[in-house]
Write a protein that binds this ligand. Structure first.
Ligand SMILES: Nc1ncnc2c1ncn2[C@@H]1O[C@H](COP(=O)(O)OP(=O)(O)OP(=O)(O)O)[C@@H](O)[C@H]1O
Ligand SMILES: [Mg+2]
Length: 724
């Protein structure tokens, strides 16, 4: 059998791992050393050499993007496509198991997935029911508590209710579980926990999957948490071989209960594990790799790995000290546009990585202003935008009337005369009778009960609308179903009334949703027969941006450092390296958490193949607050010889003689350059210092702090500022 395509593109250590005899194996190696490559080749090897069938494989990773890539690579090596391979994320695969075995899992067939915003609403509602003070019991804290308990495999009844604090939390948790059950919804953490419980309670099912999944492969193993480890241990039975790859230096989910100790635990639980190491890095230039190695060397308690490259030194790391976050975004976008134009890079070769989701907005605005296509992974995803969530809530309710979170979201969107008081009446009725809001509404409409006639009529019309929509769209294609829904619910007309640009955006997003539904291809896993609508809704809840508008277009990639794990890009911009932001202010006090932040920086740096550009802003407006920041300690921890500082300047273009658009009149434009922090003179306001600038061309505005007149924004083209 010719397996040269599996073996030739590998170095000796990688070959050893791919062709290892059957049995458990752990590949422990640093970033970019080919762990993921080895794992995909191993999967193909098992089928082609060891006689496994694709049906025997279970391959797990952490992000949708990584899972999609892994699936593609394995299918390519096996010469199959859209095969229904069990390759996916922990959550995605759990979802699949629950869909297949909803009865055993004790779920309604059309169960829906609750995302974290819906979850927060639900927790909030429960707190109101229990009359808990939000100031004493912050909603997010309770939500975090519930998820953490689930990640640890604990139900409300497992908690120690003797302790008053835990007891109170446990009460909320219990009520929350009850509400989810009656609504027929599951949250993300529940997907895992429910699967584990289902397998534990149904040994025949467990036996079936254990016999089936003879080969279990896990990427990024260092980030597994308690419940994921449990899940793996269940599915990989005594007859199965487990092949895991990981890097302790890239463990970045400790805050969410991931335990790097699972690497050690694995070696104990799975005796005779062969441990293999890879030491050659194929991803990055020597400069980038040296910087990463130097940084991570500061951490203690490392398992210790060597990493070297035959690659070239490459370019130095560029460092840009931005005046503020706008200036930072401008620098990044101008640089990347130049790279695309001059170096012929594809936009998708370029990634902008940041510590927290909130940072994406400034970059998005700068990219939009210059019409550079981009795509945000994770964070505020297409499917999380308000208008999209409204539309999806209608669809969810059509699929499952008991989905109270969906009902609450749209019962009065667009306004239809169902006020807060009516909704409150519904809530009370639902709570008292332990039924869903829908059932409560039907009851009130049918039997009367405390609703004024007008409210009753409005409610009845709403119920009939949903029932009618569900009946009329049965059997229709997804896009048709959405089209009908958007029209009949009045959602589209409601947005159309408002002529603003934002409303226009929203309408376009709704159109995009129809397109996404049209392009949506269901996984053709014959086993998991799902209604197309249910499948699409699950996809929307689970896939981070995969169905996002224009996903197929060549666009710049934006994501948090956490979502960048396992990926690589020729060019990486690492933005916002400021003390307090990165490392995050919550982490600097605790050495353990600081080390996790450093690992995150290591992950960020090692995503870059050829060029790494780091930036920070000396002033940043985030969460509505202005902060002055100093450069992150992680910048100081890089070898200075590898870092090149970029000079800070920006240019403002004056109005063109004929008033032509930007670009056309460039030759006649008067170009004035002001450095941030430069002293200038204004005819009326006197002397001041340049603080900020916004926009380009004739619309550029400049912010100056005048000695006597205070801080002002001026249109640069007309301000006639003079440098002094
Ligand atoms: N033997 C090899 N020859 C050439 N290129 C290789 C070889 N092994 C891996 N690569 C390439 O090196 C890059 C990094 O590989 P891969 O993504 O598998 O590393 P990794 O160890 O999984 O990294 P991470 O820790 O970041 O997940 C990829 O572009 C891969 O194709
Ligand atoms: Mg990898």
């Amino acid at each position: 059998m010719d397996v040269s395509d599996l073996i030739d593109p590998l170095n000796p250590a990688q070959r050893e791992a791919v062709s290892a005899p059957l049995g458990h194996a752990l590949v422990l190696a640093g970033a970019g050393s080919g762990k993921t490559r080895v794992l995909t080749h191993r999967a193909a090897w098992l089928v082609r050499v060891e006689g496994a069938t694709p049906w025997n494989l279970l391959a797990v990773t952490f992000t949708n993007k990584a899972a999609a890539e892994m699936r593609g690579r394995i299918e390519e090596r096996l010469g199959i496509s859209r095969s229904g391979l069990w390759v996916g994320t922990f959550h995605g695969l759990s979802h699949r198991l629950l869909r297949l075995h909803w009865q055993e899992a004790g779920l309604p067939q059309g169960f829906q997935i609750l995302d974290s915003e819906d979850q927060r609403r639900l927790v909030k509602r429960i707190m109101r029911d229990l009359e808990l003070d939000e100031n004493r019991w912050p909603v997010r804290q309770l939500q975090g508590f519930i998820n953490a308990r689930k990640d640890a495999g604990e139900r409300a009844e497992d908690l120690d209710s003797a302790d008053p604090y835990t007891g109170q939390m446990a009460r909320v948790y219990a009520a929350y579980e009850q509400a989810c059950r009656s609504a027929g919804v599951v949250d993300f953490a529940e997907l895992m926990l429910r699967t584990v419980e289902m397998l534990q309670n149904h040994l025949e099912l467990l036996g079936h999957y254990r016999r089936r999944f003879r080969h279990v492969l896990v990427d990024e193993f260092q980030d597994t948490n308690g419940i994921q480890y449990e899940w793996l241990k269940l599915l990989a039975g005594p007859e199965s071989d487990v092949f895991i790859v990981g890097d302790d230096d890239q463990s970045i989910y400790g805050w969410r209960g991931a335990r790097v100790e699972n690497l050690e635990r694995f070696r104990k639980d799975y005796s005779n594990t062969r441990v293999l190491r890879l030491e050659q890095n194929y991803r990055s230039t020597r400069t980038i790799l040296d910087a990463a190695n130097t940084l991570i060397a500061r951490n203690s308690d490392r398992l210790g790995k060597k990493l070297w490259t035959e690659g070239e030194a490459g370019e130095p790391i560029a460092l840009y000290a931005a005046f503020n976050e706008q200036d930072e975004a401008r620098f990044v976008v101008e640089r990347l546009m130049a790279m695309v134009d001059e170096q012929g890079l594809a936009r998708s070769d370029i990634a902008i990585l940041y510590r927290s989701n909130a940072q994406s907005r400034t970059f998005e605005e700068a990219l939009m202003a210059r019409r550079v296509p981009y795509r945000v992974y994770g964070g505020l995803r297409f499917f999380e935008r308000a208008e999209i969530k409204d539309a999806l809530a209608y669809l969810r309710l059509m699929a499952n009337r008991d989905d109270s979170a969906a009902l609450e979201r749209i019962i009065n969107t667009p306004t239809r005369g169902i006020g807060n008081r009516t909704v409150e009446t519904l809530r009370i009725a639902a709570r008292d009778q332990g039924i869903s809001l829908w059932a409560a509404a039907r009851g009130l409409v049918t039997h009367g009960g405390g609703l004024p006639a007008r409210a009753g009529n409005a409610l009845r019309a709403f119920l009939d609308l949903i029932d009618g929509l569900a009946a009329d769209t049965a059997g229709a294609s997804l896009p048709e179903c959405m089209e009908t829904m958007l029209t009949r619910t009045g959602l589209r007309a409601h947005l159309g009334k408002d002529g603003s640009e934002r409303a226009q955006d929203k309408l376009e997003n709704l159109d995009e949703l129809i397109t996404a539904a049209g392009n949506f291809e269901q996984d053709n896993t014959a086993e998991a027969e799902m209604e197309p609508l249910t499948a699409f809704l699950a996809h929307a809840a689970l896939e981070a941006g995969e169905g996002q508008a224009g996903a197929w277009e060549d666009c710049v990639q934006l994501m948090t450092l956490h979502s960048a794990k396992g990926l690589e890009f020729p060019v990486v911009f690492l933005a916002g390296l400021e003390e307090g932001l990165f490392p995050h202010r919550m982490s600097v006090e605790e050495p353990g958490r600081l080390e996790e932040e450093r690992r995150l920086a290591y992950v960020g740096i090692t995503r870059a193949r050829q060029q790494l550009l780091i930036s920070y802003a000396e002033r940043r407006r985030l969460h509505g607050r202005d902060d002055f920041a100093i450069a992150s300690r992680f910048i100081r921890e890089l070898p200075p010889a590898l870092v090149d500082e970029v000079r800070a300047r920006f240019s403002v273009t004056g109005p063109t003689a004929a008033g032509t658009g930007p670009g056309e009149g460039a030759a006649t434009a008067t170009e004035a350059e002001f450095g941030l922090g430069e002293r200038v003179q204004h005819s009326r306001f006197g002397e001041g210092i340049v603080l900020d600038c916004e926009g380009n061309g004739p619309n550029a505005r400049i912010q100056v702090n005048f000695n006597s007149a205070g801080t002002k924004w001026l249109v640069a083209a007309y301000a006639n500022l003079e440098r002094i």
